[in-house]
Ligand binder design. Structure first.
Ligand SMILES: C[S@@+](CC[C@H](N)C(=O)[O-])C[C@H]1O[C@@H](n2cnc3c(N)ncnc32)[C@H](O)[C@@H]1O
Length: 368
């Protein structure tokens, strides 16, 4: 392995390039967010990450060829796979699902922009990961105001050290983020960097009146304002966002059963690759249905549907899950292809829903 040494000048140029790329790729951006990207270096938080090839995640370490270029590119950097951190992985790599990563910088920027953090705002982040986003939050709010939680002990310990070395001392806690962190609340701003289907009750309770919550909900980023009645309401950001899910408690993944029959369909798999439609489709799926790419699985009754080409869908279990996708597609086309940023979201401790109101006044509503 050849070790490449990077000097300060090179690191600064790399940071400037990332800040310009972030600015160019974001929808709307406050100059304070771009400034934070200029001031906070990314490389101390990702001395190791994985590169994936043919399903195998192989570690790349600081100093290796290409490391710095990838660190300061607008890319997701996977740092943990199946609980194995890139910094402790063997050269043979790891097979499985990513469990932690440093989010796409331009997406982080759009979320931070939506969060509208002001100096002195009390902030909770759920999903510390590498600590890079927490460092940006410290830059925006002041480190004394920032609390960040992650469910994984080793990640929390490493992130705390790296934040300290970068000159930031936020509160870094190992906790299940679904409970928030009541001791640090109420918060003016809550941001999650792992995905949920519903806004957890604790976040609603710990958000101060008029405070903001920015969180990935299904495949989109919801931005909600806390209302005086204790509920929160808002909209979705325009850009699509796939986040790893918030994992709570000791839940184990359920294996997807193999399909046992097939039928023809006029709705092929590519519809779910269209980010304009996939959010609408996900809203139609029952909360017990998980979707990975073109495969749907209802963990409640074992039904499964996997699109196997432009005109065939393979099915298993008691229900035909692909019918839901077909019905969603019909409704999306009938409503003239609504965009996710036209939908509103309302969240209370009990009921939560997403709504689309057409210009003519008709409303479609989904319970989350
Ligand atoms: C995309 S990564 C976060 C990226 C991070 N903000 C950064 O800047 O590097 C998602 C993180 O969510 C964490 N996570 C998943 N479920 C969680 C839970 N229930 N509570 C807290 N953190 C959780 C994972 O351990 C993972 O580190």
């Amino acid at each position: 392995m050849t070790t490449v040494v990077h000097d300060e000048e090179q690191l600064l140029r790399a940071r400037l390039a990332l800040a310009s790329e972030v600015e160019a790729r974001c929808v709307v951006l406050s100059s304070r967010v771009v400034e934070a990207f200029l001031r906070v270096p990314r490389h101390p938080f990702v001395p190791g990450f994985y590169r994936e090839e043919d399903g195998v995640h192989r570690p790349v370490r600081a100093g290796e060829a290409g490391w710095l270029r990838e660190v300061y590119a607008d890319r997701v950097l996977v740092t943990e796979v199946e609980g194995v951190h890139a910094e402790s992985a063997g050269a043979e790599g790891v097979v499985g699902a990513p469990t932690s990563s440093s989010t796409l910088p331009s997406l982080m920027a759009d979320m931070l922009d939506a969060l509208d953090v002001r100096p002195g705002d009390r902030v909770l982040e759920v999903g510390t990961g590498t600590g890079y986003n927490a460092a940006l939050l410290c830059e925006l709010a002041g480190a004394a105001e920032v609390t960040t939680v992650d469910r994984t002990g080793p990640l929390v310990a490493v992130a705390r050290t790296r934040l300290h070395e970068a000159g930031f001392e936020p509160t870094v806690i190992r906790a299940d983020g679904v409970e928030g962190y009541p001791a640090g609340g109420p918060y003016d701003r809550i941001i999650a960097t792992c995905g949920v289907r519903r806004i957890p009750r604790a976040w609603l309770e710990q958000c101060a009146p008029d405070g903001l919550i920015v969180a990935p909900v299904l495949g989109a980023i919801a931005r909600l304002t806390k209302l005086p009645n204790g509920r929160a309401a808002g909209r979705f950001l325009a850009r699509p966002a796939g986040f790893m899910p918030l994992r709570s408690g000791g839940e184990a993944g359920t294996e997807t059963p193999a399909p046992t029959r097939s039928r023809t369909t006029a709705t092929g798999p590519r519809v779910l690759d269209d980010p304009g439609f996939s959010f609408w489709a996900d809203l139609h799926l029952a909360p017990t249905v998980t979707r990975h790419g073109h495969t749907l699985h209802d963990v409640a009754d074992g039904s499964v549907a996997r699109s196997e080409g432009p005109a065939t869908v393979a099915l298993g279990g008691p229900r035909d899950l692909w019918h839901t996708v077909e019905a969603a597609r019909q409704s999306w086309l009938a409503h003239h292809r609504p965009r996710r940023e036209w939908l509103t979201v309302e969240a209370g401790p009990e009921a939560q829903s997403v709504r689309y109101t057409a210009p003519a006044g008709t409303t479609v509503r989904w319970v989350l």
